[in-house]
Design a protein. Sequence first.
Length: 387
Amino acid sequence: MDGDLVGRLGAALGCGETAALPLGPGHHRLVVPDGPAERFAVDVLGDGGTAHRVVHLLPGGGLNVAANYGTAQGRSLARFLADRGYLVIGTTPREDALTADRIGPQCADWGLDGHRADLERVVAAVRAVTGLPYELLGHSAGAALALATAAARNSDRALRRVLVLDTTGPYDPGTEPELVARAGALTDLFQRQLAAGVLTVDPGLKGLFARAAAAPDAPSGLPRPQSAPGAGQFSNLGLLHYALTHTRELPGPANWIHHRGHSSGSYAFGATPEEDRFALTHTPLAVWQEAVARLGSGLQPTALLRDLAAVWAGRTDVHRIDWTAIRADVVWVNAEFGRGDHDLGARLVRRGGARVDYRVVPGYGHGDVAWSATAERDVWEPLLPRP
């Protein structure tokens, strides 16, 4: 990588004297300050001297760039794009650096608009340094951020494409009124939590993985469902697998958003918890473990969850994405067992005149689109521009 490019980008982002952290061949990380305590991180990967285009990577809720795009069974998505001639810029949101003593009133502003403000700062700096056209690629909450940013930047001709990995746009009030109502109730729940001072949500993944690693066969404290042939609690390892493959069935205000789960796989109950049998289909547990090990806080801002729920519900009084204002081409790939087939957002973008390629990958869970060994063939290759 052109080392001068990284230095110039750091200067444009106001990193001051902070040196870029080298992470691997052609890969550096910049820490972008914002006041005495807050910061977010920007990863730079690829050959800035030969790149034909920039791609901005936006991770899902609670994730960071390293976990979401630098981890995979085989070549990572970030490396795949760099190998295809992109200058890869990944923005890790500021909640990744949170610690218990730093959770405060500022977190109430970390909704979609707050995340977009940080992204806009990075986009402007990279444009000033490189002059290259760019694309936005997001997964899950990051994909909603990419679409919201594209709608706001509708007159920016340098933004060529928006690449969407497994996210939910608005549910269709005509054909999915129950889902609209459920998302609306979830919006109100997060509004009440914010008003009560609940500023972040811990989805619990780090804890699940830690307990499964420390004591895989120990009782988890959560009983198996009544449909199981015998009584007893999940083991820690069993609960981890069930949480990954049957996310929708576990308690949690937003777990129902998944058609099945974070990862494709199977879970067969035995007569006792010790006889349960489970496996993952696309993404091995070791890859999930690596991704989770790379997380920072793992926390999700309540304001971000509120805005996402408002998008799903079409609650424009809380947060509005002007779908028809998007002018860039959109490639939208959802996972059958992740967010499933809900295409109203794609139809609204198309109604505004943008070209939209919308598809659903069969057999994939929510995280498989980023981490599976077969994702390069089934998901990533279709994201590339057509010759």
